[in-house]
Design a protein around this ligand. Structure first.
Ligand code: MG
Length: 260
C-alpha cells in the first residue's frame, strides 16, 4: 500500500496516457460497422391474438376434421370425436399421430380436462403430446389434471415425463382451457447412429415458463432410463391413456416449422 502510494505520481500519468491510446481506435469506429442488413427476415403475418395461427403455420387441429391425423397403431383414419370445434380423445381407438413428420418447430396446442373429471394421481385426465413419435414411443410432454392432484412431480402436467418436472404448476381448473406453447429442437445423430446433439424443449403453460431449454436424456420410458435411438423427422402423437377417467379434449393446434 505504502509503496503504491509512493509510486502514484509516476504511475498516474502513464495510466492516463494508455487509456487515451486504447480509446483512439474506438473513436474511429462508426455505428454502421455493426449494422447487419441482410438477409432480411421473412414477413410472417401474426394471428389476431397470440393463440391464432400466424400466416406460416401448419394447422393440425382446426376443430372441423381430423384430416391431418391417423390412428397411431395401424395408420387407419383417426377416430377421435370432432364436435363444436373441439377434438375429444376416443380411448378405445388409441393414440393418434400426424400424417406429416416434422423436425424443429414451434407448437401451439390447447387442451381441456372435463369438469366431470374423476380419479387421482396419473389416472385423472392423463394424455400427452409426444413431440416426436419414434421407436414405439417418443418424447412426451405430459398432459394431466394437475389442479389439486398429487402425483410424482416428473409426471405432472408440464413435465417432460419421467425426466423434468415443470418449473411451476400453472394449471387452470378442470373445465377451463389450458395452453401449451412449445419450442422443440430435434436431436441430431452421427452417421454411426450415436447422439450428436440432444433434443431441447422449451415449454410455456398458460403463459408461464415451465421448461427452459432442457436437454432431454432420451425418449420417454415408463420403466427404466431414457435413451436415444437415431431417428429423423417424426410425427407428433396425442396420447389416448388407458385410465378410466373421462376423456380430455384438444383444440386450436398448429405449428411453425423451424430451420434445422
Ligand atoms: Mg401421459
Amino acid at each position: 500500500m505504502r509503496s503504491f502510494a509512493r509510486a502514484l505520481p509516476v504511475v498516474a500519468p502513464l495510466l492516463f496516457t494508455s487509456a487515451l491510446l486504447a480509446q483512439t481506435p474506438v473513436s474511429q469506429a462508426k455505428p454502421a460497422d455493426t449494422e447487419v442488413w441482410t438477409p432480411v427476415p421473412a414477413i410472417v403475418t401474426p394471428g389476431r391474438t397470440n393463440a391464432d395461427p400466424p400466416s406460416d403455420a401448419v394447422i393440425l387441429i382446426d376443430g372441423k376434421n381430423l384430416d391431418q391425423w391417423v390412428t397411431a397403431k395401424d395408420g387407419s383414419p383417426a377416430r377421435w370425436t370432432v364436435s363444436n370445434g373441439v377434438v375429444t380423445v376416443n380411448k378405445p381407438s388409441g393414440d393418434i399421430r400426424t400424417k406429416r413428420s416434422f423436425g424443429n418447430y414451434q407448437l401451439h396446442v390447447e387442451w381441456r380436462v372435463p369438469e366431470s373429471i374423476t380419479g387421482s394421481d396419473q389416472a385423472r385426465g392423463n394424455s400427452g403430446v409426444y413431440l416426436a413419435a419414434v421407436n414405439d414411443g417418443g418424447y412426451e410432454l405430459q398432459v394431466l389434471d394437475s389442479y389439486n392432484n398429487k402425483t410424482y412431480v416428473n409426471g405432472q402436467a408440464g413435465s417432460i415425463y419421467k425426466q423434468f418436472p415443470p418449473l411451476v404448476n400453472a394449471m387452470r381448473k378442470p373445465g377451463e382451457w389450458q395452453v401449451y406453447d412449445v419450442v422443440w429442437t430435434a436431436p441430431t445423430f452421427k452417421a454411426d447412429g450415436s447422439l450428436n446433439t440432444p433434443a431441447y424443449v422449451t415449454a410455456i403453460h398458460n403463459g408461464v415458463l415451465v421448461q427452459n431449454h432442457v436437454a432431454l436424456k432420451g425418449d420417454t420410458k415408463y420403466i427404466g432410463q431414457p435413451e436415444y435411438k437415431a431417428h429423423g423427422p417424426a410425427p407428433i402423437l396425442l396420447q389416448a391413456h388407458g385410465d378410466p377417467s373421462p376423456p380430455i379434449s384438444f383444440r386450436n393446434m398448429w405449428l411453425r416449422e423451424l430451420p434445422r
